[in-house]
Design a protein around this ligand. Structure first.
Ligand code: FAD
Length: 285
């Protein structure tokens, strides 16, 4: 099923997972997938390291999710891929009946010179559409606070419009901690003529190291309310986990009350956290 068809029927609720590292057997992630699919999300997306050749492990994990009667989307970063490698990945996805692709540029991997065949995600999306028509549903990434490579949010949204015009049928946001950033982004995207559904990406923060790494990587702003939680509970893992879950639920309730198209949870492969959130918001979807 193409996930873009869900938005006209309901508020979409989805998860993100990552495959295990290459040296670890893929089966180790199966119990996590079983628990997450048991929460009945609308789909589970599977990340893909930009340094790989189109993500065999991603396809394997996505295929397992499908076998659990749960819809899935495979991430596909293109920075290190040429056209043949993209076509190979599309063929693998086809063989595994995976219809949804989160098409990404990805980031430079240390020690690997980018191929630059697809300089932007929009180039990958245009290529997939040109090669396969409507066979795949293509999802794009977007950034409520602007992508770090863009000088301004307005410039980034102009580029996002190119991505949508190239064939992205839905968007998922980078994580954010202040819903006002998301609403501002939605307004500006609408003004720019972007009409596809936009799912809000929410990361429940459960430990201090994780949040420090994430903020460095993606540049998300930490509101004062959130900083106070880190200061007060940062030394106590259980308290910080519970406060992080409560903060995420609070964000989601506000988003749902404001009619968000969907909520995508960055689960970090943690079924406990995903379960607490799913249980708290199920009746609100
Ligand atoms: P792009 O859309 O290409 O944008 C990158 C920059 O180029 C932006 O500044 C944009 O404004 C600009 N730009 C875009 N199009 C044009 C254009 N046509 N002309 C000029 N400038 C343009 N990374 C992974 O490696 N693996 C993953 O699985 C993964 N999953 C992700 C999932 C989500 C929901 C998100 C939000 C991000 C994910 N990332 C992942 C991270 C992502 O790869 C990085 O954020 C990367 O830096 C940008 O990818 P993009 O597809 O948004 O790039």
């Amino acid at each position: 099923m193409k996930t873009c068809d869900l938005f006209s029927k309901k508020t979409v609720f989805s998860f993100e997972v990552f495959p295990p590292k290459k040296e670890i057997p893929v089966e180790t992630v199966y119990p996590t997938l079983e628990k997450l699919s048991g929460l009945h999300p609308d789909f589970i997306s599977v990340t893909c390291g930009a340094g790989g050749k189109g993500g065999n492990l991603t396809v394997e994990v996505a295929s397992k999710i499908k076998s659990l009667n749960c819809e899935t989307a495979a991430h596909l970063p293109c920075i290190n891929l040429d056209k043949d490698e993209v076509l190979d990945t599309l063929q693998k996805l086809r063989e595994h009946r995976i219809e949804n692709i989160l098409a990404l540029r990805g980031d430079k991997t240390p020690g690997i010179e980018p191929k630059c065949v697809f300089p932007h995600a929009s180039d990958l999306i245009a290529f997939i559409r040109q090669q396969t028509g409507d066979e795949f549903n293509i999802i794009g990434a977007c950034y409520p606070e602007g992508h770090p490579n863009s000088k301004t949010l307005a410039e980034d949204i102009d580029h996002l419009k190119i991505k949508v015009d190239a064939g992205a049928s839905e968007l998922i946001t980078q994580l954010f901690f202040d819903n006002r950033d998301f609403y501002n982004f939605l307004d500006k995207s609408t003004q720019a003529g972007i009409r596809v559904p936009i799912e809000a990406g929410i990361m429940p923060v459960t430990n201090k190291k994780q949040i420090e790494r994430m903020v460095t990587l993606c540049g998300a702003t930490l509101p004062l309310k959130f900083q106070k939680i880190l200061t007060r509970y940062g030394h106590d893992n259980t308290a910080l986990r519970d406060a992080g879950i409560a903060y995420a639920i609070d964000q989601i309730v506000d988003l749902l009350a404001n009619g968000v198209d969907g909520v995508h949870i960055y689960t970090m492969n943690n079924p406990y956290v995903a379960t607490r959130i799913a249980d708290a918001i199920r009746t609100l979807l």
